[in-house]
Design a protein. Structure first.
Length: 131
């Protein structure tokens, strides 16, 4: 399975958010949305866009003398990849004890949520078995 790359920090995520909210944008336009609000230099935003391009998170086309950027991955794909990475880090190499503790914590917070989780697990199992 080809894993979706993950933005490296808040600035990369903010720039991706700006691109998800519009079909395409130049570095100058992204700077106007993200960089100006954070008092960042234009070159910082351009560098981060280059980094996102190298990671495969954005595509770019040369239009005139400037690149126009587009998000290359869907927001949901990035969010799922971030959750997977967080859970892998949180649960560690032996996840069973951590998952058991998580189930107990969810039940203590909201017993109905535990029921929702059970239904989600059952639906996932059904979908993996097929029709």
């Amino acid at each position: 399975m080809n894993e979706t790359p993950i933005p490296g920090g808040q600035l990369e995520r903010a720039i991706l958010e700006a691109l998800w909210d519009r079909p395409c944008a130049s570095a100058r336009e992204v700077h106007g949305v993200v960089g100006a609000a954070e008092s960042l230099a234009y070159t910082t935003v351009a560098t981060v866009l280059d980094r996102l391009h190298a990671k495969g998170l954005v595509t770019r086309d040369l239009v005139g003398r400037a690149f126009v950027y587009r998000a290359a991955v869907a927001r949901a794909s990035v969010e799922q990849a971030q959750v997977r990475a967080l859970l892998a880090k949180l649960l560690g190499p032996s996840p069973r004890p951590a998952v058991a503790a998580l189930v107990e914590a969810v039940e203590a917070l909201d017993p109905a949520l535990l029921d929702d989780l059970a239904r989600a697990v059952a639906a996932r199992r059904r979908s993996r078995r097929g029709p």
